[in-house]
Design a protein around this ligand. Structure first.
Ligand SMILES: [Zn+2]
Ligand SMILES: [Zn+2]
Ligand SMILES: [Zn+2]
Length: 143
């Protein structure tokens, strides 16, 4: 997941979404994109070397990125909410390692039939869903 995008691609995405390209926004994206695990706002700020940003400002930017589907919030195995970068706008899930905190994005979803069954039982039309997936990553499970 590291160095997938160049700065130019990142800046073009910001502009395309109507954001002003600022060093702070660039730094937030760079931190999230190069992290192998979801990060809290405080962790993001501590990794934004050279940018002294306040929690509310960074949080607001993260919320805006989330509206564009670039970023998602995940509750960790410790119940702390963190932010993770999403490399695709297609439906996907993230699996988090309970032991080391690493997370990977998993494309696709095979829940269609289960959701249909839940719709039948609840009488709801289910329009979206989030999954909290926890486990052990390949390293932590010892392979
Ligand atoms: Zn995601
Ligand atoms: Zn692990
Ligand atoms: Zn799904």
């Amino acid at each position: 997941m590291v160095h997938r995008n160049t700065n130019a691609v990142r800046d073009a995405a910001l502009r395309g979404a109507g954001f002003r390209v600022t060093p702070q926004r660039q730094a937030i994206i760079r931190v999230l994109e190069t992290s192998d695990r979801p990060l809290s706002v405080e962790e993001i700020i501590s990794r934004m070397k050279g940018y002294r940003s306040g929690v509310p400002t960074v949080y607001r930017n993260l919320q805006q990125f989330a509206e564009h589907g670039w970023v998602e919030t995940l509750v960790g195995p410790d119940q702390i909410m963190r932010f993770v970068w999403c490399s695709t706008s297609k439906h996907h899930h993230h699996v988090q390692c309970e032991q080391c905190g690493r997370a990977v994005e998993v494309e696709g979803c095979a829940l269609k039939r289960a959701l249909e069954a839940m719709e039948a039982k609840s009488g709801f039309r289910i329009t979206r869903h989030q999954l909290q997936l926890f486990g052990l990553c390949p390293e932590c499970k010892g392979e």
